[in-house]
Design a protein around this ligand. Structure first.
Ligand code: SAM
Ligand code: DTB
Ligand code: SF4
Length: 322
């Protein structure tokens, strides 16, 4: 198993385009070597601040400028968030991910998020946040509160990014990822398939992730959930094989990362999901709600894992913020 940070686009593309059964076999072998089994991490997601976002991400139902039926809500109360985290913990989730529809966090609201993070950690769960762009000081304070990981997706390759988002740049995204890393917080960074990007754009995203000085600890691979009212409302659904190729390529490039089969699982059959796990996915969002859209229920997922003999992954025991 080779850990590299110097992949060329041609090498990434050659891996991505291998005959799919050979690609899945290689990814599965590397997965076994890196993890010594096949457990799946269960992460519960909660939208702590929904809608009304000033950004213009072309896929997002929470951007204020698109008429998607999602209304702007205030930030949830700390005790409501911790009650949801407790319920997720009891249902078997080990990581709690809090998402906010912000360009970047501010003022008293940021202080409340710090309390949420500390409260989730006290429950014995890993805590993750996705709050938009951060300053160095905000990253340091999140680390101090015990944040395990920060989610900040690059979404696609840099050449296609301006077609998806105009209110910020790829460089802005990379700068926040750098600040998170320097604060000692683990990085959760991935993308979306099915936005009209080319295979080259997908390979560019994976190349950039794999060539970071440290690989992200988590790599979410989302299938676009096409939302009416957004510029991508009519996009065609991504195929299982495209998901499998992206996941297997991510596994080969970043052997030790947790690859998360993220949005879009409701549209995948049990067999399609198992193929994704065979290709190296070992993390999912757990619970019937993502942020504003649906996901398989706890019961449906537990039954699938039981049938497949897949165990839930334990909480990572390394110290908070490490
Ligand atoms: N506002 C913050 C930000 O953009 O970083 C955090 C929340 S944002 C909703 C988190 C991620 O969800 C996005 O980066 C995007 O990758 C993903 N996402 C949003 N809408 C989606 C959709 N319709 N389908 C798939 N993934 C989506
Ligand atoms: C990620 O990569 N996917 C999650 C999480 N990080 C924040 C979000 C998926 C959102 C899907 C659309 C919705 O539910 O609003
Ligand atoms: Fe706002 Fe995040 Fe949605 Fe973009 S993805 S519009 S930043 S909530």
């Amino acid at each position: 198993m080779e850990i590299r940070h110097d992949w060329t686009l041609e090498e990434v593309r050659a891996i991505h385009d291998r005959p799919v059964l050979e690609l899945v076999h290689t990814a599965s072998t590397i997965h076994q070597e890196a993890f010594g089994g096949h457990e799946v991490q269960l992460c519960q997601l909660l939208s702590i601040k929904t809608g009304g976002c000033p950004e213009d991400c072309g896929y997002c139902p929470q951007a204020a400028r698109y008429d998607t039926g999602v209304s702007a809500q205030p930030l949830m109360q700390v005790d409501e968030v911790l009650a949801a985290a407790r319920a997720a913990h009891e249902a078997g989730a080990t990581r709690f991910c809090m998402g906010a529809a912000w360009r970047s966090p501010r003022g008293q609201q940021f202080e409340a998020v710090l309390e949420m993070v500390a409260g989730v950690r006290r429950l014995g769960m890993e805590a993750c946040c996705t709050l938009g762009m951060l300053t160095d000081e905000q990253a340091a304070r999140l680390a101090e509160a015990g944040l395990t990981a920060y989610n900040h997706n690059l979404d696609t390759g840099p050449e296609f990014y301006p077609d998806v988002v105009q209110t910020r740049t790829y460089a802005d995204r990379l700068a926040t990822l750098d600040r998170v890393r320097r604060a000692g917080i683990r990085v959760c960074c991935g993308g979306i398939l099915g936005m009209g990007e080319s295979v080259t754009d997908r390979c560019r995203l994976l190349q950039i992730l794999a060539n970071q000085p440290d690989h992200p600890e988590s790599v979410p691979i989302n299938a676009l959930v096409a939302i009416e009212g957004t510029p991508m409302g009519e996009a065609e659904r991504v195929s299982t094989l495209e998901m499998v190729r992206a996941i297997a390529t991510a596994r080969l490039l970043m052997p030790r990362a947790k690859i998360r089969l993220s949005a879009g699982r409701r549209e995948l059959s049990e067999e399609a999901q198992l193929l994704c796990f065979m290709a190296g996915a070992n993390s999912v969002f757990f619970g019937e709600q993502l942020l504003t859209t649906g996901n398989p229920s706890w019961e449906v997922d537990r039954a699938m894992f039981e049938r497949a003999g897949i165990q839930a992954m334990a909480v990572d025991p390394s110290p908070s913020g490490a």
